[in-house]
Design a protein around this ligand. Structure first.
Ligand code: ARG
Length: 589
């Protein structure tokens, strides 16, 4: 279905043509002055030079041609040459009725859907999740859902950090404590125990202890590095311990992501491509891309047009060890072979921007990807506390994700049960649902690249640009609809929206009509904040309408049914939007 803006642009283009001007000038845009008009066209200003005419003259001529318009109820030429537009109520109602009947409210599906892999989450096995991982998970999940809704074939991969020093640290600390374990006996030939030698609670303590020791004691760090190397090189006992660490950590990670309603299609990680590295490196050497520099193997990735220094991409360290780079390059190779994606999207902290620039250039130069494969890194800003510094716990430690979520859940529970009788089980469920909206909306409503302040009071507020406000609006609509049904009203496809009878009703309808243009842009630009901005406007428009309209007590049954249809559509659009943002609304709150 055409976008509403295209539908009215078409009408304006015809008017430009009829007045003897280039039809391209008739592009309509959203209004910069909502107090004066609903849409506007700046084509007369753009055409003034070319036609050597005062823009307002052109605008007047075009306005004249709109006299009989079937789309516009008013077209006014105003100085210095803008065209201010209002659309006819019946055209708007007809458009919304078509939206209601069409799949995905008429959002057009791509002719050539893309296969996209999104690499997000990126937790490090054995290390606790912290707020930095929160952003990757929240933004990545939303970008995935938006692209999927927009008709693309999307695979989400968690890309575990499961091959690094943290594994060696855990193994080293374990050896300190229990050197008698068979894993450390080089001559051991038997089967290793099925049961891991630690629980998740122990593991959660082992890693920070080991990490602390390695910072104090260089010899300890050396041992951990060596243990990492032995594990990577396939020493049997070390690999068995690696498996145990994975088996104990993954269910815990899964639980954390489940709580956030973040779902990955693939649970692959750095370890999955380890075996591909030697052949990949050989190939880079054989084709002359990689060369030695100070003992390390590197690929030059600088280009003539660079305005800043782009250092070479390091493939192997001088001791032959592979790096974070190497495993990302091998992962690209693996993804291309297994899935043939058209596009790869990565979500990490924006401090990794230069890093990804190097990796992408290297992948292109060495032919790991096709020339037309799109590679996109979305770098997000830091989560700050109210003091503007990176978010920390009260005693200054790194904030663990679980602690943070628990705090918000508590605050939400307190708000929901304040002065109200609601069974505690239901209140707890509702608090969790609303808390998730608070966290996710608080993050997603900012442009990803910006830092933002994690402000629990603000995020959990039922007023203002927040998740709870959006949910509150949805719940309000649901409650009107269920009262309507309780009183014998029928809610089905036969209901039809009528022409708006008030400013606020029209305002709401105009917001809904923007849905597909918004969703298309949010997908193209991987920009969940556009969905947030849209639903905030939509919720405001709905609440304005609600406060001015006595819906349930309306005597005129047909009018009332028309409003119910409008409410159903508003609810459905809002719920679709929060679903792509990655949260949902309760039935009541
Ligand atoms: N594990 C990494 C970290 O915690 C993030 C991984 C991001 N993805 C990637 N393909 N490099 O910083």
């Amino acid at each position: 279905m055409e976008k509403f803006l295209d539908l009215i642009s078409e009408e304006m283009q015809q008017a430009f043509e009829a007045a003897g001007y280039d039809r391209e000038l008739g592009k309509v845009t959203l209004s910069n002055r909502p107090d004066l008009c609903e849409y506007q066209c700046n084509g007369a200003m753009a055409g003034a030079k070319r036609y050597r005419k005062a823009p307002v003259k052109i605008a007047e001529e075009v306005a004249e041609k709109c006299g009989e318009s079937r789309v516009f109820s008013s077209v006014t030429a105003v100085a210095p040459g803008f065209l201010n537009l209002k659309v006819k109520e019946d055209v708007l109602a007809e458009y919304l009725n078509r939206m209601r009947q069409s799949p995905k409210f008429g959002l057009e599906m791509p002719q050539n859907p893309k296969k996209i892999i999104i690499d997000y989450g990126g937790p490090n096995v054995a290390k606790p999740l912290h707020v930095g991982h929160l952003r990757s998970a929240i933004i990545g999940e939303s970008i995935k859902r938006i692209a999927r809704y927009a008709g693309h074939d999307v695979i989400g991969d968690i890309h575990l950090g499961d091959w690094g020093l943290q594994m060696g640290l855990v193994i080293t600390e374990l050896q300190e404590r229990r050197p008698e374990l068979v894993y450390f006996d080089d001559s051991y030939e038997g089967e290793y125990p099925k049961e891991p030698p630690f629980t998740i609670t122990e593991l959660e303590e082992i890693y920070p202890t080991a990490s602390g020791k390695s910072k104090e004691d260089p010899a300890y760090k050396e041992r951990a590095l060596y243990a990492t190397l032995k594990m990577q090189n396939g020493v049997k006992g070390y690999r068995a311990l690696w498996r145990h660490i994975m088996d104990v950590s993954l269910p815990d990670l899964k639980k954390n992501y489940d709580n956030l309603q973040v779902e990955f299609d693939l649970w692959k990680g750095e370890s999955d491509v380890h075996d591909m590295i030697p052949a990949m490196v050989e190939d880079m050497k054989a084709k002359g891309y990689a060369h030695l520099s100070d003992g390390a193997l590197v690929v030059d990735v600088k280009e003539e047009t660079d305005v800043k220094e782009i250092p070479p991409c390091m493939i192997l360290k001088s001791d032959g060890a592979s790096l974070y780079n190497t495993s990302d390059l091998a992962t690209i190779l693996e993804r291309m072979r297994s899935y043939h994606p058209d596009k790869l999207i990565y979500l990490t902290d924006k401090r990794q921007e230069l890093y990804f620039e190097q990796v992408f250039r290297c992948a292109r130069k060495t032919g790991l990807v096709e020339p037309e494969t799109e590679l996109l890194h979305i770098g997000f800003g830091t989560v700050n506390g109210r003091d503007g510094k990176p978010f920390k716990t009260r005693d200054g430690g790194v904030m663990r994700l679980e602690t943070l979520i628990a705090e918000i859940n508590e605050e939400m529970y307190r708000k929901i049960t304040d002065n109200r009788e609601i069974s505690s089980r239901e209140a707890q469920e509702t608090a969790k649902t609303v808390a998730l909206s608070a966290i996710k909306y608080g993050d997603l409503s900012n442009q990803a690249s910006k830092d933002y302040i994690f402000d629990i009071d603000k995020f959990t507020s039922f007023e203002g640009d927040t998740g709870p406000y959006i949910l509150y609006t949805i719940v309000r609509i649901k409650s009107i609809l269920s009262k309507y049904a309780e009183r014998g009203g029928v809610i089905d496809k036969s209901l039809a929206l009528l022409e708006a009878g008030s400013e606020s009703e029209k305002g709401l309808m105009l917001e809904i009509a923007k849905f597909n243009a918004m969703m298309e842009a949010a997908c193209e630009e991987s920009a969940p904040h556009k969905v947030c901005a849209y639903i905030y406007d939509l919720a405001n428009a709905f609440n304005r309408f609600y406060h001015e309209t006595k819906i349930l007590t309306e005597k005129d049954g047909e009018k009332k049914a028309g409003w119910i249809a409008l409410l159903v559509l508003t609810r459905d659009v809002l719920e679709t939007c929060i679903d792509v943002l990655g949260f949902s609304a309760p039935e009541r709150m």
